[in-house]
Write a protein that binds this ligand. Structure first.
Ligand SMILES: [Fe+2]
Length: 544
């Protein structure tokens, strides 16, 4: 005898019932028949006709309202409820058997005739089954009850195992994703790793994230863009291009899971996993839960990244306001710190430094002259020549700035640029007369930007020096005042952004130069603030 539907979750129970002369049948529209295609199972075949179905349905209806005993036979047939957890079993079921009176009487004749089976052969075969009659019907019900209890425990075990498996996969996925949430991981990189991890965990051919709303700016993509892991990029585009963002995670058909990436009512996009290639290949609640977990994790990361970005902008904004206020102490240095920060960042990027280093050099450029706040204004704004004492005061500003910032944890990576931005590559700078590669990279870069801005600025007593003249002079100082490698990167920069900043300051009516930053430490003579730019150029020429 072939059993085609052995995959049915109650196949084992159905076989046990068959051994005692019963057949397991669905009792509602949700339940499926374990042996529906098994035409060789005689009892099943007898119960398959619409007539028998109708009769059994009436018996089920009476059982459901509790008006009849489960062991009260009707028409020589006994219909007993199989008490199983409905969700785990997949619906309601009953066990049906024919009593002796049914087998020997007209019931079997009618059922066999409706089922197209020879009644005499059927009767002979059924007599070989365990005999049940009105007296032993209660025992049949007890057997069904015992089998149902055993089956319930098995189903509960399977369910617990499935839940444990899901919980394990969920924990593993969360653990993997948490490891990816390292400080410094960019949101886009984290999204990419999430897609890879989900695809690997679920055994899918592809996973994809459609980026919507404010998440687009965080992930640095256009709104509606797709980030895809694995194959079938075209399929992912077709599916996610038009799909509405679901309210909650859902399995679509058996091939696709969709989950909203949402945080406190704000939608960041849709996370999708498709074309599973392991197990039964079907997406289930387990896969839905895992994708939902990953989407939740991703939404937290995106939200945190946005908060961090906002805080960072506030921080840079506050810092810019602070240094602007300091620059404004001298009308010729207005806007200088921002321009030096901008140029330093451009040089660092051109040199291929890491994103973290570029950012630290930018901040360092922004605050490189913060120590001016501790220099007497009489020295900073003096129109005539500086005395030795005043020049000594001016030269203290890198150390003063370093002292101001050294106790602030956030500034630890930028301290070197502040302290050493007046060092020279040939070792004749200040405050520590460092030379060559012993000068921190940030300081070597800022020194170039600092000098260029000082020489390119308008002064009240003269127009700014020509661009070609400045670049020509600076190009001669590689190896003496400047690191030749970073100088080469600087000389190749597109300076249009810098020029916009310079024009903005000019339009605001302020003078714009950094006489302090043009101080050449090779000169020990007292310098007039107003003359520094000219003298510096003259020295540049002499050095050439
Ligand atoms: Fe300076």
């Amino acid at each position: 005898m072939t059993i085609e539907s052995t995959e049915h979750r109650l196949a084992g129970l159905a076989l046990s019932l068959r051994d005692v002369g019963g057949v397991l049948l669905p009792a509602d529209s949700v339940a499926s028949d374990p042996f529906e295609t098994d035409t060789l199972f005689l009892m099943r075949s007898l119960c398959a006709s619409p007539y028998a179905r109708s009769f059994i349905a009436r018996a089920v209806a009476r059982l459901s309202v509790g008006s009849e005993s489960a062991t009260e036979p009707m028409f020589g047939m006994l219909v007993v409820p199989v008490r199983l957890p409905r969700l785990l079993a997949g619906g309601r079921f009953v066990a049906v058997t024919l009593l002796d009176e049914g087998i020997e009487g007209e019931t079997l004749d009618i059922l066999a005739q409706r089922a197209g089976i020879d009644a005499r052969i059927a009767r002979t075969l059924l007599r070989s089954l365990p005999p049940w009659d009105r007296r032993t019907s209660g025992r049949f019900a007890n057997v069904v009850s015992a089998l149902a209890r055993s089956e319930s425990e098995r189903l509960a075990g399977l369910e617990a195992g499935a839940q444990l498996s899901t919980a394990w996969e969920e924990l593993h996925l969360l653990h993997s994703l948490s490891n990816e949430m390292a400080v410094g991981t960019s949101p886009r990189e984290f999204a990419r790793r999430t897609l890879d991890e989900v695809r690997h965990t679920l055994g899918c051919r592809w996973t994809a994230l459609r980026v919507d709303g404010s998440a687009a700016a965080i992930l640095d993509v256009e709104p509606g863009s797709l980030l895809v892991s694995g194959a079938d990029i075209t399929l992912a585009e077709q599916l996610l291009g038009a799909v509405q963002t679901p309210q909650s995670a859902a399995v679509v058909g058996t091939d696709l899971v969709l989950a909203p990436v949402r945080r406190e009512g704000e939608y960041f996009g849709v996370l999708a996993a498709g074309d599973r290639r392991v197990g039964d290949c079907a997406m289930s609640n387990c896969e839905r839960t895992l994708v939902e977990t990953a989407a939740g994790n991703l939404s937290v990361f995106i939200d945190n990244a946005r908060l961090y970005r906002d805080l960072d902008r506030m921080f840079i904004g506050a810092l810019s306001a602070l240094v602007s206020a300091i620059d404004a102490k001298d009308p010729y240095t207005r806007g200088h710190s921002q321009r030096v920060a901008l140029l330093s960042r451009q040089i660092a990027m051109a040199a291929g430094l890491s994103a973290a280093d570029v950012k630290h050099i930018y901040i360092s450029g922004l605050v490189h002259d913060v120590g001016k706040i501790g220099v007497p204004e009489t020295a900073l704004r003096k129109q005539g020549k500086l005395t030795n004492e005043e020049y000594g005061q001016v030269k203290q500003h890198p150390v003063i700035g370093w002292r101001i910032l050294r106790d602030i944890p956030r500034f630890e990576p930028v301290l070197d640029g502040v302290l050493h931005h007046h060092e020279r590559f040939d070792g004749r700078g200040y405050p520590h007369e460092l030379a060559g590669d012993t000068i921190p990279v940030a300081a070597r870069i800022i020194a170039i930007a600092d000098t260029f801005d000082a020489m390119s600025s308008n002064r009240t007593y003269r127009a700014k020096l020509g661009r070609s003249e400045v670049l020509n002079e600076m190009s001669k100082l590689g190896g003496s005042q400047f690191d030749p490698t970073f100088l080469a990167h600087f000389l190749r920069l597109d300076l249009s952004t810098y020029d916009v900043g310079l024009e903005d300051c000019a339009a605001s009516g302020s003078g714009d130069a950094s006489s302090l930053d043009a101080v050449d430490a090779s000169s020990r003579e007292p310098l007039s603030i107003d003359s520094i730019g000219i003298r510096n150029l003259r020295r540049l020429g002499e050095a050439a």
